[in-house]
Design a binder for this molecule. Structure first.
Ligand code: C2E
Ligand code: MG
Ligand code: MG
Length: 747
């Protein structure tokens, strides 16, 4: 290890001083001093002194016999010998410590020796120059002299030794040396005093006492020494155990501190993760709240949020009737068809596009919501009058009607919109929505697109709801019955059969016309179970009537089939079942399908009619002329008969005017190789014209009104003729049918 220059210098200086002292001692050494006693003293200094130190508890100082040896040599042989003993004693001590594993810094062994030797030499030199002379020879002096001499030498020895060591340790400044002296070496005075005391004691025993006293004293000193060492070691042991306890305590405290720190860290981590969890929880709460109030597909408000916003508008309006609002109820028409034919993914996209269009056409203060599958609602804050709200609705209606293409499909949707203006009678959102819904249904029924709610609409709506409910129980309550209206061959008045017409005798309202309840039955789907019942009733009835006579054996019953039933998968089965059950031959049943229903989905109609034809039943195209048939399709459909709508017949005047259309239709039917039935024949002239035009069959109040089963049966038994008599009481002259088709225009 490299020493810093200051240390190096001070150590070399010390060694130099030591060497000087040793040289001084050698030059002054008296050879006569070499004696067994000096040898014994040196032996003691080498062997016993290093091993017999007494450590002072609580300090780093150990009392040794080293100083006692030096002082004893001084007393017996004078200073120079004592200086040489100091060399031997310090050297032996260093060697002993070195062997015990003590690590000395470079030069520290000679420095230690030099330090002790120099300081003692200094003490000796000062003592030797001090008066009175008796001090210079302690041997001849009294005990007091001995004490003074040794005390002086010991004190001087201590002063030199301690200050030299302090200077060696401190760096540059005197004040540092003083601090070092006070801190580390001032307490060493004790070592020198004790050493001097021991030396004095031994000297006095050896000089003034006899051998026995010396031995006893030595034993006594030995006992004191060993008991002192024992108590010192006990004290050390006690201190060690106290230290041990303190260390353990410190250790425990450290462990506890560490544990507390770990806990604190864990707590911090858990607080942090709790904070994170709280944040995530708050976020998911917000997401949850948003999801709870919004429609996932379109992102619009859902029914709940719409209800809340509408409630706020209602409350505001009730406080201040200038805070007008309008609620729009929007229903996408034919959306089910899109879903069914193009799939739900396209259906979802259509809804999203519709939602975006709605949003574009209203202001940010308005609320647009999706409240059902294809139902939307809007609260308009802006328009101050119903007329203005209707304009907004009209704009929305027109915008939605614009076709758009999606995944290669050209899609056009339309929307029916009902408007409910703010009204003091509204207290709950459902009431406003209900009225807007009523208006929407009216718009749909009237094919108007947009309709404004009125109280009259609500009355009609409620009535309709009531009828729908009652109709569902009508069969069970026996309120339904069939009327039969004869279908007559116009050439000879022969009965072809009957058209069955449903009648509802309501328990409270009496007879309700089919025009009122049939649409309700169709909208609600009740028409399907009702038609099953009709099929049963009529086929059984006709099977019965066919048995009456040979003339009735070929009659048929014509049953009206609604579009709803046509599109249900059950129709073919229901007919098969009715025929089977009634044992009516299939040619005794004719099915009437209106032109508009047949043309709604011509491919489907064609497929279904073919299946029905396979059963052997007859088919009639009802209300012909009202459904915009395409001729290219018409000629493919396997109808046996075309029924000319009543409106074409009723237009024919008393002199046969306005009969051109009838003529055209009849010619067309003949070209298509179908029979023609004319409905609504009310006057003889209409009958006459139809006969002249070669119409095959007729039906109308002139021939016979619809009648109940009993009356029809009575007529059958009677064998009644169905062509009315002329005013003169004769039958009208049936002219030959015009079969020349060259002048007929096909429309
Ligand atoms: P539709 O099938 O065209 O039936 C003919 C309608 O014309 C009947 O009306 C009949 O009473 C009426 N009618 C017959 N001759 C005359 C006439 O000379 N003058 C006038 N003004 N009317 C005449 P109704 O019974 O009121 O039935 C109306 C419509 O209700 C039917 O028209 C049919 O579409 C529907 N309907 C009636 N019964 C049924 C049924 O059982 N099932 C289904 N699905 N619809 C039915
Ligand atoms: Mg009909
Ligand atoms: Mg008809």
């Amino acid at each position: 290890m490299a020493l810093d220059p200051h240390k190096k210098f001070s150590r070399i200086l010390t060694i130099t001083l030591g060497v000087g002292a040793v040289v001084f001692a050698i030059t002054r050494f008296d050879v006569a001093n070499l004696s067994p006693l000096l040898a014994a003293l040196l032996l003691f200094a080498i062997v016993v002194t290093p091993r017999a130190s007494i450590p002072m508890p609580g300090t780093d100082i150990a009392l040794t016999f080293g100083d006692a040896c030096i002082y004893l040599a001084f007393l017996f042989y004078g200073g120079p010998t004592a200086i040489l003993v100091a060399v031997v004693e310090t050297g032996a001590n260093c060697i002993y410590l070195y062997r015990r594993g003590f690590k000395f810094d470079p030069l520290m062994v000679p420095v230690n020796i030099a330090l002790n030797v120099t300081s003692f030499t200094g003490a000796y030199l000062i003592w030797s120059v001090l008066p009175p002379s008796s001090f210079t020879n302690p041997v001849i002096g009294s005990t007091q002299h001995l004490i003074v001499t040794l005390g002086m030498v010991a004190v001087l020895h201590f002063v030199f030794a301690s200050w030299l060591m302090s200077f060696l340790r401190a760096k540059h400044r005197l004040v540092d040396a003083y601090r070092s002296w006070r801190r580390d070496f001032s307490s060493r005075a004790m070592m020198h005093i004790v050493g001097a005391g021991l030396a004095a004691l031994v000297y006095m025993l050896a000089t003034y006492g006899d051998v026995l006293t010396a031995v006893i004293s030595c034993v006594g000193i030995g006992i004191v020494y060993f008991s002192y060492r024992r108590s010192v070691s006990e004290l050390k042991e006690a201190m060690r155990s106290v230290e041990e306890v303190q260390r353990e305590k410190a250790e425990t405290e450290r462990a506890l501190r560490k544990e507390a720190e770990v806990h604190a860290a864990e707590l911090a981590i858990s607080l942090e993760s709790q904070e994170r969890a709280n944040l995530a929880l708050r976020k998911s709460e917000q997401d949850f709240q948003h999801a709870a109030l919004h429609d996932a597909l379109t992102g619009l408000a859902n029914r709940k949020l719409f209800g809340e916003k509408l409630m706020a508008r209602i409350a505001k309006y009730r406080r201040d009737n200038t805070a007008v609002f309008h609620v729009l109820f929007l229903d996408l028409s034919r959306f089910k068809n899109i879903n069914d034919s193009l799939g739900h993914t396209i259906g979802d996209k259509v809804l999203s596009i519709a939602a975006r269009r709605f949003l574009r056409l209203v202001t940010p203060s308005d609320t647009v919501a999706r409240i059902g599958g294809d139902e939307f609602a809007i609260v308009l804050k802006g328009p101050s009058t119903a007329a203005k709200a209707k304009k907004v609705a009209q704009r929305i209606h027109n915008s939605i009607s614009q076709p758009f293409s999606l995944s290669g499909n050209r899609i056009s949707v339309s929307v029916n919109i009902g408007i409910a203006p703010a009204d003091m009678e509204y207290t709950m959102p459902e009431e406003v929505l209900r009225d807007a819904d009523i208006a929407m249904n009216f718009a749909k029924a009237q094919r108007e697109g947009v309709a404004l709610f009125t109280k009259d609409l609500r009355t009609r709506f409620l009535e309709r709801v009531r009828l729908e409910m009652d109709l569902s129980h009508a069969i069970d309550r026996g309120e339904l019955s069939m009327n039969y209206q004869p279908l007559v061959r116009l050439s000879d008045g022969k009965l072809l059969g009957f058209e069955s017409l449903l009648r509802w005798n309501h328990g409270e309202f009496g007879n309700i016309p089919p025009a009122r309840f049939i649409p309700i039955a169709e909208d609600s789907g009740l028409i399907v179970p009702i038609t099953k019942w009709i099929l049963r009733e009529t086929t059984e009835q006709m099977a019965e009537w066919r048995k009456i006579s040979a003339e009735t054996g070929n009659l048929l019953v014509s049953v009206n089939i609604s579009g709803k039933h046509l599109s249900s998968e059950d129709l073919v089965y229901d007919i098969e079942y009715a025929l089977e059950r009634s044992k009516l031959s299939a040619d005794g049943l004719k099915l009437e399908i209106t032109e508009s229903t047949a043309m709604d989905n011509p491919e489907f109609t064609l497929k279904l009619l073919k299946e029905l034809k396979r059963l052997g039943v007859l088919l009639s195209l009802d209300d012909f002329g009202t459904g915009y048939s395409s001729l290219s399709i018409l000629h493919k459909l396997p109808f046996d008969t075309i029924k000319i709508d009543r409106s074409f017949v009723s237009g024919v005047g008393p002199n046969g005017e306005d009969s051109e259309i009838l003529q055209t239709i009849i010619s067309l039917a003949k070209n298509l190789r179908m029979k023609v039935i004319a409905e609504g024949i009310e006057t003889p002239s209409q009958l006459s014209v139809l006969q002249h035009l070669g119409c095959d069959y007729g039906q109308g109040y002139l021939l016979a009104k619809p009648m109940n089963a009993a009356k029809a049966e009575a007529a059958l038994y009677e064998g009644k003729s169905w062509v009315p008599l002329t005013s003169e009481g004769e039958r009208p002259i049936l002219r030959p049918i015009n079969t020349d088709l060259s002048d007929i225009t096909v429309f």
